[in-house]
Write a protein that binds this ligand. Structure first.
Ligand code: FMN
Length: 346
């Protein structure tokens, strides 16, 4: 699997998720089998680049190559500048966001709203490709199947993107209008794959090794991208890789192994966000990790009242130690994402 001149470790990708796929989480996913992980979106608004939020998103210290940064915006010149800014900060691949349905982005005609304005989408793609080409940085595009049921223009946009020099397209199998409702459909992704020669990535509702194999078969896609199912279960990439290679299921992780991964993730997380923001933003990751485990909901409620990192880390460690006394391996959990995993915090 290649993006331009860059060869990836495999074809299992972690999806960009604002408020979730920060550097510590991307590094965890890559460690546990993802061949590729895209950053949370970075705004093209220059006035926000010095904000704490954007500077954290543009911090790639220690990240495993390739570093892929997603940019979001509505103005071609600003998007080109944003691409150059992120290349200066280490980006080796630039991804254009045409898939996010969040209002905050769409009110400004960014994200998936761009799919409704093809001339503007084309201008943005051409400007970003032109800004990245001198640096040898490939540009990719993430979109939905279309704006609404009657306007599924992913194939048309993918052809435009290929002609403009885009190196890979990712398609989430829902329209903008759907948000996250209903089920992802894969026929449009298959049609995109059939229409272009660049790599195509299938995304949407992939939450198990069987589903991964079925989506690859149904779409002919070159790679698959997983978002919500990796929340609290980042080893899903290793599970899928093993299943695709052998047809066998990996055993669930040992409980103490899952604890070690979470503890390491939390330490990295506190390092990026500091004490105040760190303890609070870590709660969602802990919640996802324990929600489907025995006693997980009770622990989650208790843990949400803890206000310092040391106590939070100790509580997590103790809770997993107690669980390990009863369950050597993690009990089977539901793969389905809870509703709260749909909260976009971009
Ligand atoms: C919390 C959250 C934040 C997201 N943020 C972004 C984003 O910044 N950029 C983007 O292109 N898509 C974003 N998405 C969409 C995901 O990348 C992905 O397309 C979608 O969740 C479908 O994949 P899944 O069913 O595997 O979760 C976000 C999704 C979630 C749940």
């Amino acid at each position: 699997m290649r993006i331009g001149h860059i060869t990836l470790a495999n074809r299992l990708f972690a999806a960009p998720m604002a408020g979730v796929t920060d550097r510590p989480f991307r590094m965890l996913c890559k460690k546990l089998g993802a061949g590729y992980a895209v950053s949370e979106m970075v705004t093209s608004r220059k006035d926000l680049w010095n904000s704490l939020k954007t500077s954290r998103r543009a911090d790639h210290t220690g990240e495993v190559d390739p570093i892929a940064v997603q940019i979001a915006g509505t103005d071609a010149a600003m998007m080109a500048e944003a691409a150059a800014y992120n290349i200066d900060r280490g980006a080796q691949i630039i991804d254009i966001n045409m898939g996010c349905p969040a209002k905050k982005v769409c009110n400004k005609w960014a994200g998936s709203a761009l799919m409704q304005d093809e001339p503007l989408a084309t201008q943005i793609v051409e400007a970003v490709v032109a800004a990245c080409a001198p640096h040898g940085v490939p540009v990719t595009l993430k979109m939905r199947t279309g704006w609404c049921d009657t306007q599924r223009n992913a194939v048309h946009l993918a052809r435009m993107a290929e002609a403009a020099g885009i190196a890979m397209v990712t398609v989430h199998g829902r329209t903008r209008e759907q948000g996250y409702k209903g089920a992802a459909e894969y026929d449009t992704i298959a049609a995109v794959k059939a229409a272009v020669a660049i790599p195509v990535v299938a995304n949407g509702d992939i939450d198990s090794p069987e589903k991964a194999r079925a989506v690859l078969a149904a779409t002919g896609a070159d790679a698959i991208m997983i978002g919500r199912a990796a929340q609290g279960r980042p080893w899903i990439f290793a599970e899928i890789a093993h299943y695709l290679a052998t047809g066998e299921h990996l055993a669930a992780p040992a409980t103490l192994q899952a604890k070690a991964w979470l503890v390491e993730h939390l330490q990295d997380h506190y390092g990026l966000y500091g004490e105040f923001a760190g303890v609070r933003s870590a709660r969602k990751h802990i919640g996802w990790a324990v929600r489907a485990l025995p006693g997980g909901e009770t622990f989650r409620a208790e843990m949400n009242r803890i206000d310092d990192c040391d106590t939070q880390l100790r509580a997590v460690g103790d809770w997993f130690d107690q669980l390990a006394d009863i369950h050597h391996r993690l009990p089977a959990t539901s793969a389905a994402a809870n509703d709260d995993s749909l909260q976009e915090t971009a």
